[in-house]
Design a protein around this ligand. Structure first.
Ligand code: TYD
Length: 205
C-alpha cells in the first residue's frame, strides 16, 4: 500500500450479525486521532436518494435482478455525490459495505450470475476499488445468535442459513481472490480483541 498521505477508501463487510457496525466508529476515531479527515458512509444509502432506495431494498420483495440493479443505482449516486468528491478533496472514506456486498448477497446468497455483477461493476466503477476491505467473519450459528438477540429483522436478516452460507462463502472466496485488499477479522473474538486487531491494521496503513 502507498503512503498514508494518499487518499484511502476502506470498506467494512461481513454477514449480518458479524458485528462490523460496532467497530466502524472505532476505526474512524483512530484515523481522526492521526489527523486524517474521514468521511464515513454506508450502502445501500449514503445519499438522500440512496437512503430511499435502502428502505425499499431492505423491506420490499422484488426480482433478484431488480435488487442488484437498485444496489448499483444507489452506488452510482453514492460515488458521484459522496465517495468521489471526498477522495478528491483528500478525505479518507470509510463505507459500511460496498460492491463486495453485492457479490456476496446477490451473487453468493441469491445466485445471480457473477458475470452479470462484474458487468455492472465495470459500468458503475471501472477504475475504483477499495484500498482496504475489512471482512468481519463469523460462523453462521454465531451470527444467527447475535441477530436473534436484536431488534426486528429486515428482509435480508430474515433469510435462512443456506442463504448466509452462500453470502459468507462468496465473501471468503473474494478475500482469497484479492488478498492484497482484504483483511479477515475473526469476529468470534471479544470486542477488545477485535479492536486490538483493528488498531494493528490501522497502525500499518
Ligand atoms: P447492514 O449493512 O447490515 O445494516 P444494519 O446493520 O443496519 O442492518 O444492512 C444492509 C443490508 O443490505 C445487509 O443485509 C446486506 C444487504 N446488502 C446487499 O444485499 N447487497 C449490497 O450490495 C449491499 C450494499 C447490502
Amino acid at each position: 500500500m502507498s503512503s498514508s498521505t494518499k487518499p484511502r477508501f476502506i470498506t467494512f463487510e461481513g454477514i449480518d450479525g458479524a458485528g462490523k457496525s460496532s467497530h466502524i466508529g472505532f476505526v474512524v476515531d483512530l484515523l481522526e486521532a492521526r489527523g486524517m479527515r474521514v468521511t464515513s458512509t454506508r450502502e445501500p444509502g449514503g445519499t438522500a436518494l440512496g437512503e430511499q432506495l435502502r428502505t425499499v431494498l431492505l423491506h420490499q420483495k422484488m426480482h433478484l435482478e431488480t435488487e442488484a440493479l437498485l444496489m448499483f443505482a444507489s452506488r452510482r449516486e453514492h460515488l458521484a455525490q459522496v465517495i468521489e468528491p471526498a477522495l478528491a478533496r483528500g478525505d479518507w472514506v470509510i463505507s459500511d459495505r460496498f460492491t463486495d456486498a453485492t457479490f456476496a448477497y446477490q451473487g453468493g446468497g441469491r445466485h445471480l450470475s457473477l458475470a452479470k455483477l462484474e458487468q455492472l461493476e465495470q459500468w458503475v466503477h471501472p477504475h475504483l476499488q477499495p484500498d482496504l476491505t475489512l471482512l468481519f467473519d463469523v460462523p453462521l450459528d454465531v451470527a444467527r445468535r447475535r441477530l436473534d438477540a436484536t431488534r426486528s429483522l429486515d428482509k435480508f436478516e430474515q433469510e435462512q442459513d443456506d442463504f448466509f452460507a452462500g453470502v459468507r462463502g462468496e465473501y471468503l472466496r473474494r478475500a482469497a481472490q484479492f488478498p492484497a485488499r482484504f483483511r479477515i477479522i475473526d469476529s468470534t473474538q471479544s470486542m477488545d480483541e477485535v479492536r486490538m486487531a483493528l488498531a494493528a491494521i490501522v497502525a500499518h496503513l
